[in-house]
Write a protein that binds this ligand. Structure first.
Ligand SMILES: C[S@@+](CC[C@H](N)C(=O)[O-])C[C@H]1O[C@@H](n2cnc3c(N)ncnc32)[C@H](O)[C@@H]1O
Length: 374
């Protein structure tokens, strides 16, 4: 029997979703089966990334799929995909089945399993983890279920602990000391990635991040697994600690913790793989404009810099009004390297040292005699 609901269109796919569902915000179940409209962008990114691989075949486990929205989008929109739409909840099954039928899919099957059991029995080229809150209780099983050089896609919606608003919970879940203030979101993303690397290392596996981001209320990372003890050691070598002084704006990293560097550990390696993101296309996605905007931000981001600065941080520290961020980033590029950062519309990255950065800001602020608006 078809369950109650309403049919929406996302990308090129029709999806039956419960009448009562979330339209935005963090994952909370409002009806019997979870669906969040705002996560359309998150699903768009999965489709764009999987398409960019251009593989003849790719086996996919959407391990916590609820209505199967991501599963059917992948099965329908990624050529060569073969999707297992899994959820532990029996109430999710009629929605998944209805969505498979609605799109006439023969490459998608509904599966009602605890993912911890599924991943002891089968492995896949691509495994997706999309839990309520932290993915940590599921990570080890997901690693077992990801085949050689497979890809794991991991969402974390426990933004408050990861971004330092609830440090004790971050210590419990991630055994990391989070960062507060203007670097909190990139810090949270890097704590999540650090934990993926640490967990993989237990299996003599390493990781190459393909794409990692913060958007809306969640963190998301796509990593390609690299195999062997050396790969694991290489990934662990990318972890490190930070100090961040909000009074002075000073930031620095250290491979090992010390008196000053007590925050972390964080993943200090790249967030993205330039080749992968260069091949992703927004064409046909549910929100093409947003996909294009983020693709441009990710592609332009200075990915060898771990520190994020914010215009408000500079303006309150230097005590001069901020110029437009695009103009300021252009100006900085005449003196070093700089880019906008995807984590917030007012944040940027640069390799210019702090004293020079503050001096350049003083020169470029509209309050300066020869500033941009004078
Ligand atoms: C946030 S929802 C997933 C949303 C879905 N991916 C989407 O895009 O709409 C989390 C889902 O995980 C399922 N779940 C929780 N624990 C599980 C487990 N151990 N194995 C499989 N599914 C599980 C829940 O039943 C719930 O449907």
């Amino acid at each position: 029997m078809t369950p109650e609901g309403t049919v929406i269109r996302e990308g090129n796919t029709e999806i039956l979703v419960p009448l009562e569902h979330s339209v935005h915000g963090p994952g909370k179940k409002v009806g019997s089966v979870f669906f969040n409209e705002q996560m359309a962008f998150n699903r768009d990114v999965s489709v764009m990334l999987l398409r960019s691989l251009e593989r003849d075949s790719v086996s996919v486990a959407d391990a916590m799929c609820a209505t199967g929205s991501r599963s059917v989008r992948i099965a329908n929109e990624v050529p060569g995909s073969d999707v297992t739409a899994n959820d532990i909840s029996p109430s999710a099954m009629p929605y998944i089945q209805a969505n498979i039928e609605l799109n006439g899919l023969t490459n998608c099957r509904a599966n009602c399993s605890n993912l911890h059991i599924l991943f002891t029995e089968e492995s896949f080229d691509y495994v997706d983890l999309d839990p309520f809150g932290s993915p940590m209780p599921f990570l080890q099983s997901a690693i077992r279920g990801t085949g050689k050089r497979g890809i794991m896609a991991i969402t974390a919606t426990d933004t408050a602990p990861l971004a330092g608003a609830h440090a004790p919970k971050c210590r419990r879940r991630y055994q990391c000391e989070p960062i507060r203030g203007f670097m909190c979101h990139e810090g949270g993303l890097r704590i999540l990635m650090c934990n993926v690397a640490r967990e993989l290392a237990k299996f003599d596996r390493g990781m190459k991040p393909l794409l990692s981001f913060y958007a809306d209320h969640y963190f998301r990372t796509y990593v390609q697994i690299t195999e062997g003890a050396k790969a694991a050691d290489d990934s662990l070598a990318q972890l490190g600690y930070m100090q961040y002084n909000m009074e002075t704006m000073e930031r620095s990293t250290s491979r090992f913790p010390d008196e000053e560097h007590r925050l972390g550990p964080f993943w200090l390696g790249p967030l993205h793989d330039a080749y992968t993101i260069s091949r992703m296309s927004p064409e046909g996605m549910a929100d093409e404009r947003r996909c294009s905007k983020y693709l441009n931000l990710w592609r332009g981001e200075l990915d060898d810099q771990v520190f994020v600065y914010d215009m408000s941080e500079l303006s309150s520290h230097v005590k001069m009004s901020p110029p437009r961020i695009d103009d300021f980033v252009d100006f900085l590029n005449n003196h070093g390297r700089a880019s906008k950062s995807h984590v917030s519309p007012t944040s940027f990255k640069t390799d210019i040292d702090l004293d020079d950065l503050q001096e350049l800001y003083r020169q470029f602020s509209p309050d300066a005699q020869d500033g941009p608006n004078q």
